[in-house]
Design a protein. Sequence first.
Length: 169
Amino acid sequence: MSMDSTIVATALYSLHRGVQTSINWAEWTITAYSFGFVLMLPLSDKLSERYGRRRVFLGSVVAFTAASLFCGLATNIYMLIALRALQAAGGAGFTPSATWIVVDHFGPVRDRAVSLFGSIFPVAAMTGPILLHPAMHDHNAIGYESDDAVRSMPCHIAAAAPGRRPATT
């Protein structure tokens, strides 16, 4: 989630050229993501309490992944802005449900586990531009589409793995 914000900030010029829009409209993709995330964060905690943390976590992974794919397929800036808000809504479900899953499963060492979990966010925010900058340095090397549609898919699939229930015999 935090990586996604910084990757898009790095890709703004490419996004601006890719959908033939002004840089001001391209910046709305970051604003829409922030707005969707802040709006859905408290709601996703309530949904986790009501429907279960695992269910909300997996639903968030599916929503985030689907929105990421559709962001890569967006043909205009308005569609991309709306999809970024939906992507953030899915991403907002990760944080409270994943934190509670960590708290539930780590028992007496949960403080250390939550600290390690929390340290992921600033590290991810720093690595977004580092990972994408070499490709975006030449603004025509890759388009904004590969950010959402290709680069993040393995991460989305890996995020769903811990939420899968073990097979029972």
